[in-house]
Design a protein around this ligand. Structure first.
Ligand SMILES: *[C@@H]1O[C@H](CO)[C@@H](O)[C@H](O)[C@H]1NC(C)=O
Ligand SMILES: *[C@@H]1O[C@H](CO)[C@@H](O)[C@H](O)[C@H]1NC(C)=O
Ligand SMILES: *[C@@H]1O[C@H](CO)[C@@H](O)[C@H](O)[C@H]1NC(C)=O
Ligand SMILES: *[C@@H]1O[C@H](CO)[C@@H](O)[C@H](O)[C@H]1NC(C)=O
Ligand SMILES: *[C@@H]1O[C@H](CO)[C@@H](O)[C@H](O)[C@H]1NC(C)=O
Ligand SMILES: *[C@@H]1O[C@H](CO)[C@@H](O)[C@H](O)[C@H]1NC(C)=O
Ligand SMILES: *[C@@H]1O[C@H](CO)[C@@H](O)[C@H](O)[C@H]1NC(C)=O
Length: 232
């Protein structure tokens, strides 16, 4: 009997599942926080059913954020990052939240220099404050970051994963929704109708600045990763 499983078919089916599960996305303006946290702005992020609430203070260039996402599994993790050198995961200055071994939520910082290993370390930006919550199927990262003066926009990257081993978040999936989880965040420009609309594709969100030395932009590296692993 001929084998019916084709990698292309399996990929198409899983992409359809993602598109369907994303169709019910809520609206960030109706999300409220406990503990009196208030943010001036919010965005329904275009992938992974995630939301960003933020307040930017130009006077002292601090950015307060609340990032909300459903982890890929209840024992998983969520991450939000600023990438100062590219648009993808490589170079991302990341905040990752997950359940510690004692069951309480924690936020740790990771300077992600490659796909192969991520190491907890300081990041480029001072994290003045951070905490995390987990309830109702969503994990939430709250943080205040000190940004360089006069920044007007940044490349944000977000992600969700399904497991953590000995305090180390394990690799996330590389489905389309995971790869689309990046875009620009305009810190100062007024929004149109309550949502900024980060473009969904790497080609539109590619940085206008030159790629970091080494030549590869994060987006190129994402593509290379996919090809190597035969996702495309
Ligand atoms: C989001 O929700 C708010 C309040 O529930 C509503 O006023 C607004 O029109 C909604 N916006 C969109 C884009 O659906
Ligand atoms: C930055 O400025 C805002 C608004 O003036 C203020 O509320 C906030 O506490 C300041 N943050 C720091 C870390 O000084
Ligand atoms: C859980 O462990 C972390 C360190 O891994 C610690 O900071 C935190 O206070 C602990 N929480 C509780 C409730 O014990
Ligand atoms: C992050 O890692 C890269 C590559 O190892 C390194 O060049 C950079 O200085 C690190 N950044 C910080 C803030 O530690
Ligand atoms: C930020 O912009 C203001 C006004 O344009 C300027 O006076 C100031 O020097 C800039 N600061 C930095 C660190 O570039
Ligand atoms: C954030 O909200 C403030 C106050 O509502 C508004 O003036 C500002 O334009 C918004 N910023 C962005 C980037 O949407
Ligand atoms: C914003 O909303 C208004 C009223 O609903 C609509 O007429 C306008 O086309 C919208 N603008 C964009 C850029 O979606």
């Amino acid at each position: 009997m001929a084998a019916v499983s084709s990698p292309t078919l399996i990929l198409s089916l899983s992409l359809m599942t993602i598109l369907i599960s994303q169709a019910h996305s809520l609206n960030c303006t109706s999300q409220k926080f406990t503990s009196n946290k208030l943010y001036e702005n919010c965005t329904d992020l275009p992938s992974l059913a995630s939301y960003l609430h933020w307040t930017y203070h130009p006077a002292n260039s601090t950015l307060s954020i609340a990032f909300l996402a459903p982890p890929a599994h209840s024992d998983g993790w969520i991450a939000w990052a600023i990438n100062p050198t590219g648009t993808g995961m490589v170079g991302a200055q990341s905040l990752i939240a997950f359940k510690d071994s004692n069951g309480s939520m924690s936020v740790k910082t990771y300077n992600i220099s490659s796909y192969s290993s991520i190491v907890q370390s300081k990041i480029l930006y001072d994290v003045l404050d951070s905490s995390a919550e987990n309830s109702g199927g969503l994990m939430r990262i709250f943080a205040m970051l000190a940004l360089p003066k006069n920044m007007t926009e940044l490349n944000q990257v977000w992600q969700v994963g399904s497991s953590v081993t000995k305090g180390m978040p394990n690799k996330h999936e590389f489905q389309l929704a995971n790869l689309m989880a990046k875009g620009k965040l305009e810190l100062t420009k007024a929004q149109v109708n309550g949502t900024t609309a980060p473009a969904p594709g790497p080609s539109v969100t590619a940085p206008t600045s030159p790629a970091p030395s080494g030549g590869d932009s994060g987006a190129d590296k994402d593509d290379a990763y996919l090809k190597r692993n035969k996702y495309i």
